[in-house]
Design a protein around this ligand. Structure first.
Ligand code: DAH
Length: 349
């Protein structure tokens, strides 16, 4: 049996000429020298049984040899080799003809879909789209809109106040009507715009109420605008959104910022007027508030109320969406449950 030293010399010679041309050869080298039953391990095993005298001389030589083997392997591996993990990964993608995994795309939120639909209908009638801030002052949210000082809507129960400020508190807007005022203050009539946005109210969250929701406000101010224009515009809107033949009715109502004011009902989209859960058996559902802009609001916003008249309306996007898709729980809109959201996948408008 060749001595350890002979073997080391023989392998050292081999090492000198070792010049692998690819990663496979580097791997062969590892399997020969570095694994648990490889050359190095065997030499160290043999080393255990030599006399202690020999050990002293041999130990250094053996350790140096080990270092040379490891260094040679590391250098070549760096230059040519791939890691074991790389190997696993490459073997996985070897069949490049296999179909790839699909790219999942998101879908529009139902409220975005409906908002977009509403905007498109009014755009065709020549309405522009405007936006305003969600953090609003008392003037734009209440005072300019003709809310009396003691009006309950200003109450802490309805409004999220942010800052008490002498005569002009700061709050989260409770409706998009504030954008009407901003628009009239900063421009000249005629105005024909819709104003979509998020609004906030201090309500306990339940299936039927939420502390935030979405509205679309509408404003049309010009010379000689009448209630007939209001009715015709909203009638057209309903036919476009819910289909020809949807019936419309106006009920007298009250809003501080319109005179006269009305609420508009449509024939129930679910039962077509026969009576169901959605319309509580009446065949009608309310979808918006509207009216002729109160002259006080025009004057507050710097518009000559002798020369100009106009109408305004405001609707909740959640309500319109519920009627379109029969969604009964408002909380679904903000829970981000993909099982709910995925149902609108096909509606990538
Ligand atoms: N701002 C009202 C609300 O939040 C909705 C509304 C009613 C807006 C009548 C209007 C309107 O512009 O004319 O309940």
């Amino acid at each position: 049996m060749a001595s350890i030293l002979d073997k080391i010399n023989q392998y050292t010679e081999e090492l000198k000429h070792w010049n692998p041309e690819n990663a496979e050869k580097v791997e062969e080298f590892r399997l020969k020298f570095l694994v648990s039953k490889g050359v190095l391990k065997n030499l160290f095993d043999e080393f255990k049984s030599v006399s202690s005298e020999e050990k002293r001389a041999l130990g250094k030589v053996l350790n140096e040899f080990k270092q040379r083997v490891e260094q040679a392997y590391n250098e070549k591996k760096e230059a040519l080799g791939t890691t074991d993990q790389d190997k696993k990964n490459t073997s996985k993608i070897q069949d490049l003809s296999l179909p790839g995994s699909g790219v999942e795309i998101g879908s529009r939120h139902p409220l975005s879909l409906v908002r977009k639909e509403i905007v498109e209908i009014f755009k065709k009638l020549g309405f522009t789209v405007a936006e305003g801030p969600e953090i609003e002052d008392d003037w734009h949210n209440f005072t300019a809109l003709n809310f009396p000082a003691e009006h309950p809507a200003r109450d802490m129960q309805d409004t999220f106040f942010i800052k008490k400020q002498e005569g002009n508190d700061i709050a989260l807007r409770t409706h998009t009507s504030s954008v009407q005022v901003r628009m009239m203050e900063s421009g000249k009539p005629p105005f024909r715009a819709i104003m979509p946005g998020r609004v906030y109210r201090n309500e306990a969250i339940s299936a039927r109420a939420h502390c935030f929701f979405h509205q679309v406000e509408g404003l049309y101010i010009d010379e000689g605008v009448s209630f007939a224009d209001l009715k015709q515009t909203l009638y057209h809107f309903v036919q476009e959104l819910y289909g020809e033949g949807t019936k419309v009715r106006f009920r007298p109502s009250y809003f501080p910022f319109t005179e006269p004011s009305a609420e508009m009902d449509i024939s129930c989209t679910i039962c077509k007027g026969a009576g169901c859960n959605m319309c509580k058996g009446s065949g009608w559902v309310e979808i918006l508030g509207c009216g002729m802009v109160d002259p006080n609001v025009l004057e507050n916003s710097g518009i000559d109320s002798k020369k100009y008249t106009g109408f305004a309306f405001g609707m909740g996007i959640e309500r319109i969406t519920n009627l379109k898709y029969e969604i009964k729980d408002l909380r679904l809109f903000s829970e981000n449950d993909v099982r709910f959201l995925n149902q609108f996948h096909t509606e990538l408008l």
